[in-house]
Design a protein around this ligand. Structure first.
Ligand code: FAS
Length: 389
């Protein structure tokens, strides 16, 4: 029997790749350390780029998303209590963002892959190991949910197991270059059962720091608060969170109010970027967070994962069908071009919406924001990168 593509990780990257390979008739098996219930209920990202939705729809994976997702064409920069709206859809051929929680994307991907296409996922595995990735006969071994050791002879291995996964760590030191950058910013990420307070994303700049009002659904909202580097969640009881959010998001001369609700998640996000080059080693291909980490500022993480999966699926399909390996040889270069562009945009945003501890840099960031608000060409650059090149 034909060797299968072994996919480690059932997040957006792994399940998209599984669906696309399954659709192309290529045997694949997904290994996931969590339960299906766990991965389908893990709140993370919430914004999908226009092109990512087009890709999912082209493969029959966006049915519920297209029915339920909100579409956003503008966002607001609130500077010292004054609102400035940027209508990025108008500036970018009417393309919009889709607001749809990541766990709903994963739920849909699992439904299509497992329930509708008979795809093979091994849930609740542990001790996954990669073998012989530098040979034409790589393999995966793991301990299954019943405690028995299993092995799969693979044609290729796809490492879609996130930043803390096993795939990247299986690459011998020195075989890839790792770029890492700490942005020197820390966010408190908050998820609350509160209906959106506006129907757009708000980036608020206040003398005491940045605050973000994101959206996830009609009943749940995500917020971000810039906190001192090395701060901890323990310093942020719910009451203090709401006081700070009300203060930083306040709008001058307006009766606008921030909705409150039960806080269901608080976590510290250290704003860092990380990129592995190349994104493959032998017959191991990394995709999604296993290959790159980006700050949530530009809402790029999940979108990059979906793009990697699309490129890798096309390359593997072409190779399995015709033996043409050009897509596999160019995989890393094609993905990294988009990854670095997203990193550059994310850095541009981080610098613009945070007050730097260094006054000179703070003023530069402010000048950048004033240019964005006042200039159509700068807003065009923002729109093109924000909605997704
Ligand atoms: P994932 O991490 O989603 O999936 C990897 C999968 O591999 C997981 O299911 C994991 O259980 C499994 N796995 C790991 N190790 C394994 C092993 N050894 N064996 C088997 N399975 C293993 N991005 C945004 O754009 N906007 C946001 O607002 C945003 N918020 C975020 C908040 C948090 C708290 C986090 C952690 C990330 C956030 N992100 C955000 C980024 C996030 O959305 C990622 O970009 C996205 O999950 C990437 O998808 P995958 O590459 O599939 O990785």
């Amino acid at each position: 029997n034909r060797r299968a593509v072994g996919i480690v990780g059932a997040g957006p990257a792994g399940l998209t790749l599984g669906n696309l390979l399954r659709e192309a008739g290529i045997p694949c098996v997904v290994l996931e350390r969590g339960t299906r219930e766990h991965v389908e209920n893990r709140p993370r990202a919430g914004v999908l780029e226009h092109r990512a939705v087009q890709m999912l729809a082209a493969h029959g994976l966006a049915d519920r998303l297209l029915q339920e997702a909100d579409r956003h064409g503008s966002c607001e920069f609130r500077v010292d209590g004054v609102a400035h709206e940027v209508d990025y859809a108008t500036l970018y051929d009417g393309q919009t963002h889709y607001i749809y929680p990541q766990q709903e994307v994963v739920k849909d991907l699992a439904r299509h892959y497992v329930d509708e296409r008979g795809g093979d996922v091994r849930w609740s595995v542990s001790d996954v190991e990669l073998h012989d990735v530098e040979t034409p006969e790589p393999a995966l071994s793991w301990t299954n949910a019943d405690g028995a050791r299993e092995r799969l002879e693979c044609s290729f291995i796809a490492g879609a197991d996130g930043f803390h996964g096993v795939a990247r760590r299986s690459i011998p030191p020195g075989a890839v270059q790792e770029f890492s950058h700490q942005h020197g910013i820390e966010w408190l990420s908050i998820l609350a059962e509160a209906p959106p307070s506006t129907h757009k994303v708000i980036y608020a700049l206040h003398p005491d720091g940045f605050a973000g009002h994101m959206l996830r659904s009609s009943t749940v909202s995500r917020y971000y608060l810039q906190v001192p580097v090395d701060d901890t969640v323990d310093n942020w009881p719910d009451e203090r969170v709401w006081t700070e959010l009300h203060k930083r998001l306040a709008l001058k001369d307006s009766d606008w109010r921030l909705n409150e609700g039960r806080i269901i998640e608080k976590r510290i996000l250290d704003m860092r970027s990380h990129v592995v080059e190349p994104m493959n080693h032998g017959n191991l291909y990394l995709l999604g967070d296993a290959a790159h980490i980006i700050t949530p500022v530009g809402a790029k993480g999940m979108n990059l994962a979906l793009h990697d999966a699309e490129v890798l699926a096309a390359a593997l399909t072409s190779y399995h069908r015709t033996g043409d390996d050009s897509g596999l040889r160019s995989y890393s270069e094609v993905c990294l071009r988009r990854v670095w562009r997203a990193q550059e945009f994310s850095q541009w945003m981080v610098f613009m919406i945070h007050r730097s501890p260094e006054p000179f840099l703070s003023r530069l960031g402010q000048a950048r924001l004033e240019h964005l608000i006042g200039s159509r060409s700068s807003a065009g650059y923002f729109a093109q990168n924000y909605v997704g090149p």
